[in-house]
Every structure is written in C-alpha cells, then in structure tokens.
Write a protein that binds this ligand. Structure first.
Ligand code: AMX
Length: 434
C-alpha cells in the first residue's frame, strides 16, 4: 500500500466531516451573485464550485495548497502530485515511494502504439495524446469496480488507482506521440528508477548532456500542474467526472479543452510569434521593432499570445520562474532574449491599445501582463525541442496531475453531478423589462 494511499485513508474522513459540517451549518450562505454580463461572459468570477488543490489570486498567481508557487519552485512533479492530493509536502521517503508507484504502473499497453501509428501523419499531437488516453479507458479500475457494484465511500480508491496508472504512463505516451508524429525513429523505453521528469526527457530522445533539459522539464511539469478549478481544462474534466465518468474519459475531455488557442495552445502560438519577429527583423528585434510588430498584430485583429489572463492581474509567477531559469541557463540565447525584451515592451503597448479600444467603445484589456505561456516555449526551444505544435502536450502531461487530484478529491468528498441552470434570451429580456 503506497504512502500516498495510507495518508489519504486518514485524510478523507476528515475532509468528509468538514464538508458535512459546513453544509449543515452554513449551506444557505450565498457565495456569489451572477450578473447578465457574467452569464454571457463565460461565468467569469462567479464563485460556484469548490476546489481545494490550488487557488489563483488575481494579485499573486498560483498558490498550491497554501504555498505560493515561487516558494516551492524546486519541487519535483512526484512531490507536486502528493502535495496537490494531501495538502502536505512529502518527505524524502514519500517522494521515493511515489517514484516506485509510477515505476510499477509504467507499462503502456501495446494497442496504444498501434492506434498512434495508425493516425494520419498530420494529426495534431494533442489529438494523438487525447486519443491515446481515451483508448486506454478499457483499463479503468473505477469502471470495473462500478460495474461490479461499490459504495460511494469507496469511489476515491479506484479513482486514485486510475490516476496513478494514467500518470505513470503519460510520459511514455506523450514521448511516443513526439517520436511517432515527428518521425524521430523507434520508441525509447521507460527507465525504472529514473524520476518522472527525467524519464520523459529521456524518452523524447533529445540529447541532454548536462541534464539542463531534465531540470527544465521538472520545473515545467511542476509549474503547469494545476490552476484551481474553473479554467477550461479543469472545469471540463470536473464536469465530465461529476457524471462518474472515469479518469480516462474525464482527463481526455479536459485536455481537449486545453488544446484550444485561448487556453493551452497559446504556448505554441507564443513561440511562433516570437520566431516571426526574429525572422522579420533578422535577429533579436529592438524595442521599437517589437512595439511596431505588436501594433501590427493587434491591428490585424489578432491577440498577442501569452499576454492577458482571465483571472490574473499581475505577471504570472510561472512566467517569472521561467524567466529566472532563462536568465540563469541561457542568458545569450536569441529566442530567450527576444522573450525577455517583449516582456519590457508588450504590457505598455497593450495598455495604450486598451485605452484606444475604450475610446472606441470596446472592452478594456483587463490584464497587460504575461501569463505562463509567454516564456516557456523559448526554454524548450533552447534545448532542442523545436516542434512547437508539440508544446501543449507537455502542458497536458503536467495539467493531468491537477485534474486527477481534483477528481480524486471530488470522489472522496462526494461532490455532486454538475448541473448549473441556463436561461434563454427571452428570460433575460423579460427580467430586465421588470
Ligand atoms: N491581445 C489582444 N487583445 C487581448 C489580449 C491580448 N493578449 N488579452 C485580452 N484581449 C482582449 C480580448 O480579446 C477581449 O476583446 P473583445 O472584448 O473584443 O473580445 C478584451 O481584451 C477583454 O478581454 P479580457 O477581459 O482582458 O480577457 P478574457 O478574460 O476575456 O480572456 C484570455 C483572457 C487569456 C483568453 C485573453 O487575455 C487572451 O486571448 N490572451 C491571449 C491568448 C493567451 O495567452 N492565452 C493563454 C492563457 C493562459 C492559458 O490558459 N494557458
């Protein structure tokens, strides 16, 4: 029995008791109102779900289980998952135990490779990853237990097993997607005893003589792991999981949302935009050139990828962490230098542009600062991962930790099936006429 499982066995009854007491004593307290603008506007800011794994504060960014991200930036992803689930930092023994739990479950069924090799050559890597996850659904322990019959109190146990199974296989599957999609040659096997991040790096097959890429990978997987419950991927996974669909169905669904350009796909678009500027100006552009190109992009009706956020109103600490990494390990890399210079120029341009929008009667841009996607691509590019249509797959491997931790937690406390109420335009018109 894993240390994680044992600790959860102790914690789950406490969480249930806490939830029951809150509901009994304060169930009628109002958390939030919802305006018509919010109903039309993606429910932005409406507090209507509970998520304990992490919190995104508009002025602070990601806080995982009470720890601001930059205070715990050196965690390995194995530790991140333990923390997301239990709320506690694992000791060295628990971290080793997590590695051993992944090792035990790392074998990928052969049929996954058959399916991936059979997909069209020009499939998007995200479509390949999501298909691979979905095709493994038949392995779900949750579904088997459910079909046999199990009591609600047990739901979290097979959900945890499915989560560990899926997480253990994801680096191999994701690396396989890379090697198959970009015709990199044979698949590279998983190495027992090697950590999750280094294993993933190794299976991609990109040379990493000084271990810098593995270091970046651990940081990357840790940083993207969770972003509270309401973002498109987490919320989709949550909704699908609330119907008691198993982890394979739920995570695959959530990642289909991550594949959208306004969400996780932004990282591929960011690097593409950075490389375009370098190309256009024949090297690292000057601040004036960046300013001109930013306006050109905006005036063409496009967004500046990597800037703005639905919740954050400051520089994303994940961007800050990546920027620090770049300054330490690749200060003279032209792509990194461009990202860094863009950071000094774009927020000011967005502010000016936003003021013009307001004068023209449009919405202001709510946040001029970089989000996680603005800088991560440059670091990956530096280490030789240059196929940027693959970047959202890396994000997905990481984000699966948050989605799975939330699924386990929801099954542990017995969160109900999601069912908000929709109203029609007629309802709105009648309401405002009163
Ligand atoms: N460039 C240009 N215009 C922008 C902008 C940007 N970076 N960010 C916001 N705007 C515009 C919006 O398109 C919107 O215009 P509209 O009213 O004409 O439709 C207006 O400003 C108001 O939007 P907002 O309230 O500031 O943002 P939002 O909550 O509606 O959207 C986000 C947030 C992230 C989708 C938006 O900032 C955006 O499109 N950014 C660029 C894409 C990106 O970086 N996405 C990654 C987000 C992080 C992630 O999930 N990985």
């Amino acid at each position: 029995m894993s240390k994680l499982f044992k600790r959860l066995q102790e914690l789950v009854p406490e969480w249930r008791a806490e939830r029951a007491a809150i509901l009994k004593d304060h169930g009628n307290v109002k958390l939030s109102d919802c305006t018509i603008a919010q109903a039309y506007g993606g429910m932005r800011g409406v507090k209507s779900m509970i998520c304990d794994t992490s919190l995104v504060e508009p002025d602070k960014g990601l806080i995982i289980r009470g720890y601001p991200l930059l205070d715990i930036k050196d965690l390995w992803p194995e530790e991140t998952f333990y923390l997301l689930l239990t709320g506690e930092l694992p000791d060295e023994a628990a971290k080793k135990d997590m590695m051993a739990e992944y090792d035990k479950r790392s074998a990928v069924p052969e049929y996954v490779w058959d399916v991936l090799y059979a997909m069209p050559d020009d499939s998007h890597p995200m479509a390949m990853l999501d298909t691979a996850i979905l095709v493994m659904e038949k392995e779900s322990v949750f579904r088997k237990w459910y079909d046999k019959g199990m009591v609600k109190e047990e739901y979290w146990i097979p959900m945890l097993e499915d989560s560990l199974q899926l997480l253990a296989k994801l680096p191999s599957v994701a690396a396989g997607v890379y090697r198959i999609r970009y015709k990199k040659g044979d698949l590279i096997p998983y190495v027992q005893g090697l950590d999750w991040g280094a294993n993933y790096t190794n299976m991609l097959g990109i040379p990493d003589p000084d271990g810098g890429f593995a270091k970046l990978m651990r940081l990357y997987l840790h940083f993207h792991s969770d972003h509270e419950g309401g973002n498109v991927s987490a919320n989709t996974c949550h909704t699908v999981g609330s119907a008691l669909s198993d982890a394979y169905y739920s995570v695959s669904a959530g990642l289909n949302g991550l594949a959208g350009p306004l969400h996780g796909l932004a990282n591929q678009e960011c690097l593409s935009w950075i490389l375009e500027t370098i190309d256009k100006f024949g090297g690292v552009p000057t601040e004036q050139q960046i300013r001109d190109y930013t306006f050109e992009t905006l005036n063409a009706g496009k967004v500046i990828p990597g800037y703005g956020h639905a919740v954050l109103r400051v520089t994303d600490p994940r961007f800050t962490g990546f920027n620090q990494f770049g300054k330490e390990y690749m200060p003279n890399d032209p792509v990194f230098m461009t990202v860094d210079r863009v950071f000094t120029v774009v927020p000011k341009v967005l502010e000016e542009y936003s003021n013009e929008r307001v004068k023209a009667g449009k919405n202001p841009i709510a946040n001029f600062w970089p989000n996680v996607d603005a800088g991560s691509g440059a670091l990956l590019y530096h280490y030789g991962l240059t196929e940027f249509s693959y970047y959202t797959v890396l994000f997905s491997v990481s984000r699966s930790m948050g989605m799975l931790a939330q699924l386990v937690w929801n099954r542990a406390v017995g969160t109900a099936i999601t069912r908000p109420k929709s109203v029609g335009t007629k309802f709105v018109k009648v309401m405002v006429s009163k």
